[in-house]
Structures are given as C-alpha cells and as structure tokens.
Design a protein. Structure first.
Length: 280
C-alpha cells in the first residue's frame, strides 16, 4: 500500500474511533460481493464537545469503491471465520468428563436439586463409540447415583448385551442429572438449564453413535417438538455423530410388543458400528 493511501486509511480509522464507531471498518462482506454504487463521501465531522482532545480532524477522504479500485488494493482487514453458535455456547477446548462433573459441582441451578438425593452424572467408557441418552434419573438411580440401574436399566443392560457389547463399553447418561419428583418428565426450563452439561459430555466423548432413549432425549438433542414415533429409527447428523432415537426401556416394560421395533433400531446401530448380534 502506498504511503498516501495508508495516510488516508489512518485518517478514516481515527475518524471512526473519534465517533465511537470502531470497529465499524471491519468489512465482513466476502471479496466477491458486488458493490454497485459508491458510498457518498461524508462531510467533515463536527467538533465533538465531549472530547477535549478533539483537535480539528482532516476531512475524511473519499471512500474507494470496488468498481473504481482493484480488489487487491481494497483496505480490508482480515478476520477469523465466524464461529457457530454451538462453538460459542457449548464447545470448550480440551473438555473432559471429570472437568464437566467438576463444573456441575453441588448444582442448584434448577429446582430439581431440591428433592434429589444425589446428582446422577453418567457412567461408562469415556471413549465410547456408542452413547445412550435417557431423560432423567428415577428412584433407583437417585439412590445409587448411576443412570439406568432400576428395572428399565436392567432391560437396557440386556439390550446392550444383545448387541454383543458390555455395559462398560458404552456411555450412559441423561438429559437432566437430578431426579424429577414423582418421576415426572423434566420441565422445559429444567432441560434448558441442565442440557448444556449433556452437550458437553457428548462433545467430550465424540461417539460415533448417540442413541436417544425416549422422546425427551430425542427432542432435546434434535430441538424438535415432534413425537418420537414420527422419527424413531431414522438417522440424523448431530455435531459429528450419528443420532438415532428409539423407545425408552421403561416404555418397553409397559408395552412389550414394541421390543421388536426397538431391536430393529438397535440392529441399525450395530450395522453402523460393525457389530454382530451375540450368539446365544
Ligand atoms: Fe443442576 Fe441439572 Fe440437577 Fe438442575 S438437574 S440442579 S441443572 S444438575
């Protein structure tokens, strides 16, 4: 850049800063974006009464236009690519499961802390290829501090073993970490408060497959209000993992006829992970 162009650019930057507009000069438009008409050159700035150091500023130079100036000569200030909302809100560099547990602490962030016995964080292989996500702890989980240890949990363990895996091969966790009273569904605000920890758990593990057990987990991760029967057994992309939803084992205890549907879903998971059914 030649000295006179540089001087004009610096005058523009000082002008913007004195007006309190910095960093308005960050041009986030891609280089190829057309600029059909030139912006009119602004008039000389009025003296700023509130700024004692406001020495008379030079009249700002005319803004070079893309039509009149080759792209390579435009005074664009490079900037890093914008981060996604997920990157900003959820992803933490080098996050680990112990660190997330530490961050949860003795959590009182939502009302579910009031009736819990203990926080039920998650259990299993921190490098698991397969993660099961349920909705929240029940009575047995609340007492033992481990997810899926009651009757529904025993059924889940049988399902895992039928896939020729062991419980300790996978990771198991819930959307909310404290037991909702009377085993009710977690409320929306409780899910919103607690689910960032689940997102961090999933980001730290980076499994190949996430299997949502029941509507609450599926609707939370897929950000939908649709009923699970609308999308059960279908594959979705979720932040680098494949996600599938199936019925909750507690539902299977009440509706044993649905077991065949769930087994079909689990076979899809096995196929993706290259697993063979356990020989009986
Ligand atoms: Fe905290 Fe989650 Fe328990 Fe609510 S459910 S108190 S957010 S750990």
């Amino acid at each position: 850049m030649d000295p006179s162009t540089l001087a004009r650019l610096e005058a523009w930057l000082r002008y913007g800063e004195d007006l309190g507009l910095a960093p308005y000069f960050l041009n986030r438009a891609p280089n190829s974006a057309p600029m059909a008409t030139a912006a009119p050159a602004p008039a000389a700035p009025a003296p700023l009464a509130a700024k004692p150091k406001a020495a008379p500023l030079p009249a700002p130079p005319a803004v070079p236009t893309r039509a009149a100036t080759p792209t390579s000569a435009l005074p664009l200030i490079p900037h890093p690519p914008a981060r996604s909302l997920f990157d900003v809100s959820d992803r933490i560099e080098n996050d680990t499961l112990p660190r997330i547990r530490d961050d949860i602490g003795d959590c009182t962030r939502c009302r579910l802390h009031q009736a819990r016995t203990q926080i039920v964080y998650g259990v299993g292989n921190p490098k698991a290829e397969l993660v099961f996500v349920g909705e929240g702890p029940g009575h047995d989980e609340d007492v033992q501090g481990e997810p899926f240890v009651g009757r529904a949990g025993k059924l889940l363990t049988q399902m895992i073993e039928a896939m020729s895996l062991r419980r300790e091969d996978v990771y198991i966790c819930n959307v909310v970490k404290c037991r909702p009273p009377e085993n009710r569904l977690p409320e929306k605000d409780e899910i919103a408060t607690c689910s960032p920890f689940l997102f961090r758990q999933l980001a730290a593990i980076q499994p190949k497959v996430i299997c949502c057990l029941g509507a609450c987990a599926a609707q939370t991760l897929l950000e939908t209000n649709q009923g699970i029967s609308r999308f059960r057994g279908e594959w979705f992309d979720f932040r680098g993992s494949k996600l599938i939803a199936t019925y909750h084992p507690a539902y299977l205890l009440r509706n044993p006829n649905a077991k065949s549907e769930v087994w079909k879903d689990l076979q899809k998971v096995m196929s993706l992970l290259g697993l063979q059914p356990r020989k009986r």
